[in-house]
Design a protein around this ligand. Structure first.
Ligand code: FMN
Length: 402
């Protein structure tokens, strides 16, 4: 019959043999801490049988790619008889490598002196590989994101370069604008172009959506609506004298753009726009407001007057005709065009900044410079949203006649 103690020792021995982790015991009192016990899992993990292991220091598992720093960490812990846990690259008997999560714990004898070290070895290669793969994917994503951001920044520069640089040099006429894409690239675009010594073309447009796809269309529309005769839809060649160009009436410009940009059903992309020709000496503005808020007139004296859109958005309906609007300004009056990024700036409880507040702000701005009135409008709209970023592209174009 076995006594209780013997039975317990046998049980512990069986338990050590049965565990999935490698377990080793080294004698701390002998020179170079040799292993005096290694369980079956250690042999399964490393390929080394007990007869090889017993009597050796466990460093035989290390090889050329083992990190010397990690080895130093273990050495210091063993020297100071402190517990330590590391992940170390080890080599099996057949030369293959594995990541070993090794924890070493000192064991004290009845006098309180360290007599042994227990080492527990687990193979964490799978987890390390997954982590490495994750890190590689993250690095790859970061690189791709950087490239994308650079691409967008370059494309945004192309878009900004297409904006007007100066107010056109026409006596008695002055223009100012602000253009704020909400995401680098804008679906908005605006322009003010000298057509001849008395006329100026003004437009502002807003492609549905924003970001890259909207910007591609807005940039190509900017090219199509340039001052370059022969390439621009704003001029018509005279069939009899092809070198002479006449101005295309705003309704015809809209018609042409509608015919040449039928809505792509996949992208559901269309645009709204105000295009008009301003005759400076007579201060008359002849325009089409296609699905877009019409001009806002801020007179020198009196209340601002809002004008409605005169036609459907462009690209939505085939064969639409585009009605024109006309208005005349007095000397000192101002006229503004703006996209819905201003009026739809969402404030507390999702309430829009709205055309009313826009008109009031620009009305108050009559006492300031044209530039200042636009900047203050945008500051008010931004404050309305709580000071965060605008959710849509924001553009404002203002003109003043003297
Ligand atoms: C109980 C015990 C188990 C050990 N098991 C391993 C092991 O599985 N893999 C390993 O690389 N090192 C292991 N070591 C560490 C090495 O034996 C040695 O302490 C380490 O390499 C630092 O000393 P050195 O720089 O003199 O080699 C173990 C140490 C002890 C005390």
């Amino acid at each position: 019959m076995m006594d209780k103690d013997e039975a317990l020792v046998l049980l512990k021995d069986r338990a050590l043999s049965a565990t999935a982790e490698g377990i080793t015991i080294a004698d701390a009192r002998l020179e170079d801490e040799p292993i005096i016990y290694a369980n079956a899992a250690f042999e399964r993990l490393t390929g080394y049988p007990p007869e090889f292991v017993i009597g050796r220091n466990c460093r035989f598992l290390q090889g050329p790619d083992t990190d010397p720093q990690t080895r130093e960490t273990i050495r210091r812990a063993v020297r100071r008889a402190e517990p330590c846990t590391v992940e170390i690259l080890n080599y099996r008997q057949d030369g293959t490598t594995f990541w070993n999560r090794l924890s070493i714990t000192p064991v004290k004898d009845e006098r309180g002196e360290v007599s042994h070290f227990i080492g527990v070895q687990s193979d964490v290669t799978g987890r390390r590989r997954a982590e490495d793969a994750l890190r590689a994917t993250r690095d790859e994503l970061r690189r791709a994101l950087k490239e994308l951001e650079r691409d967008i920044e370059l494309a945004a520069r192309v878009q900004r370069a297409a904006l007007p640089r100066h107010s056109p040099a026409v006596d008695g006429f002055h223009a100012a604008w602000e253009f704020l894409p909400c995401a680098g690239l804008a679906g908005d675009f605006l322009n003010v172009l000298r057509l001849d010594d008395r006329r100026v073309a003004l437009y502002i447009l807003d492609v549905s959506g924003h970001g890259a796809s909207a910007a591609l269309l807005s940039v190509s529309l900017g090219r199509l609506m340039s001052a370059v005769r022969g390439q621009s839809c704003l001029f018509e060649a005279d069939p009899d004298t092809p070198d002479e160009f006449a101005l295309t009436p705003p309704s015809q410009v809209a018609r042409f753009l509608n015919d040449s940009n039928p809505m792509d059903t996949d992208l559901a992309q269309y645009f709204t726009m105000v295009y008009g020709i301003f005759d400076v000496p007579s201060r008359e503005f002849r325009y089409v407001a296609a699905g877009h808020a019409g001009p806002l007139v801020v007179p020198r004296e009196g209340e601002p007057v809002r004008h409605d859109s005169t036609a459907q958005p462009i690209g939505l309906f085939e064969g639409t005709t585009f009605e024109e609007g006309r208005l005349s300004l007095e000397a000192g009056d101002r006229l503004y065009l703006y996209t819905d990024g201003v009026t739809e700036a969402a404030g507390p409880e999702d309430q829009d900044f709205g055309p009313g507040r826009t008109a009031e702000s620009l009305g108050r701005g009559r006492a300031k410079t044209l530039e200042r009135s636009i900047r203050d409008l945008l500051a008010e709209a931004k404050a309305w949203t709580g000071g965060g970023a605008f959710a849509d592209d924001v553009s404002v174009l203002g003109v003043e006649v003297s």
